[in-house]
Structure formats: structure tokens, C-alpha cells
Design a protein around this ligand. Sequence first.
Ligand SMILES: [Zn+2]
Length: 326
Amino acid sequence: MLRTDPVNLLQYRKAEKAADNHLSAIPLSGRRYTQYRQQLGNCLHFSYWACILKTMIKKVHDKTSSQNQLMPDRGHPTWLIHIALLIYCSAANSELRPDNFVNLLNLEPTIHLEMRYASSHNFMGRPVHGYKTAACWLTEPAANALATVHRMLAKSGLGLVIFDCYRPQHAVNDFVQWASQPNQDMKADFYPRIAKNDLFSAEYIAERSGHSRGSTVDLALIQIKPPLATILDSVEPSTRPDYCQSDYKRARNAGQLDFGSDYDCFDILSHTANNSIGNKAIRNRQYLVDIMQTHGFSNYHQEWWHFTFKPEPYPERYFDFPITAQ
Ligand SMILES: [Zn+2]
């Protein structure tokens, strides 16, 4: 039996070292090796703490048994620990990221990221499963095209703000799970005129997302010049719609152009061709679609912010590796 003493801590360290040596012998590239090692390291850490927990449970059990001899020995609930360990390790050893995925900021560090699903500012009101950090991973051709768009925009004082890139399948599963629950905390801001359980049939949420294929991105345009403090001067208050505007002032103060509805507001106002959003917003949507199309991206007609690079390197694959910094 493992106990929580220094000897067993040493055993644990030896096991970690042995795993490290074993992995060193595997001809993986440096990045994939690091990912693999992190996942195995997580398992070993969990295993160590599981042994501590097992010891504690046994001590409590032994004490109780000695105090009450009539109590039958039902054995130790170690099977629970082993099942938990199995589930955890299965999850930790999820898919590895393919080599042709790149971190967008490594290509173009001046692109502004506002990764909503890594934060609580989204329709679920909390960070989404699988977003371990606020990073944008995309297939190489999609990322290259996006960096080119950003550099083109910079010539006229504009740039890209990115809301979402590659999305793990278990993040999509988290959406599905959320949709089956009664909580509607974020309804006013993100789906004000549609019932939560209609989000699937209305095709705002699906059990599989193009984002999981790695070549789809959600974005808007941001004004780099003139200084951000002056941007609110150009607002068109008389043409603002009544819905999907709760993030309007914050977004404008952050430099975002007016696109007529907030990002991720599931409403007909977000349909790209909607014509009740004011002339300036209509022009901005058309400009965004045009510049993205020029560089190989096609728009989803129900969401002005959603673009897929074509041809996709993985048109049939739905990846499930977590979003990490490296
Ligand atoms: Zn999208």
C-alpha cells in the first residue's frame, strides 16, 4: 500500500522521471512531446493525490472499525478512486494538436484578441470547457490569410478583433449541455427574442461546429486610429435597434466599428443582410464581408462575425484538443 510519507513521494518522483525518460525516447516533435508530457504529468499528479486520499479514507475506516467492532468490514472504497483516475486520465490524454495548427499571435502579434469563451462574457455567463487560456489556434492557411487581412486593414487605420477561433468538440458539448438546462441568466444580452431551446432549430448552436475543424473564425473590425477616446463621437444614436445592444458602448470604447448588433447575439439583427441596423452598420458589414471574401473566407449568413476559410484543410474532422498557450 502506498502511504503519504517522503518515501512514497520519492517513488512518485521516480515514476515521473521514468515517464520522462520513456517519452524522451519517442520521436515526437518538441511541441507534441511537451503536450504529451504535460498530459501524463497531470495523470501522475492526480495519481499521487489519489493515493493520499485513499490513505486518509483507510485511516478513518480503520479508526471507525476499532471503535465499533460490530461494524462489518465492507472494504475500502478504492474502486471509486480508480474509476475517477481512469476518467481523469482518459480526459487528460485527449487528442493532440496537429502540426499545421498555429497560434495566430505568433504570426501577427498586433491582432487584438477578445476570446469570449475563455471568459464569462458570453451567452453561458462563464468560461467554456476546453478553453484553458485565451489563445487563437487556427490551421496554417486560415491563420496566414487572417494575418494578411489584418496587415491590409492596418494601412487604413483598422485592424481585426478576434472573438473565437478553433473550438474543441467538448466546448461544443458544453454548449449542448447548457442548452438543456433551465438557467437563462444571459438571455437579455445574447438571445433576447428567441427561446433557449429553439437555439438549435434556429441554427445558432449545433452539436458540431465548423470552428472545431480549425479554419473558422469569429471577428470584427477595430479602429486603431484616431485615438479610441474620440470614437463615440461618430455614433448614430437615432438608428440603433432596440435589441442586441447591451455591449455596444463597451465595444465602441474598445475601438470596434458599429456592426448593428453585439457579437454572439442570436437574433435576426445579426443576420448579415439585415437592413434595419442603420446605414453605417450596413456599410461596415459589407466592408467586412468583402475584405474577408477577397482573402478566401466565406461568411455564415446568420452571423455577421462568422467566417470560414476555403478550402479547409480538414473539411471532415472535428478536433477535440484543449486550447492552451503553447
Ligand atoms: Zn462562429
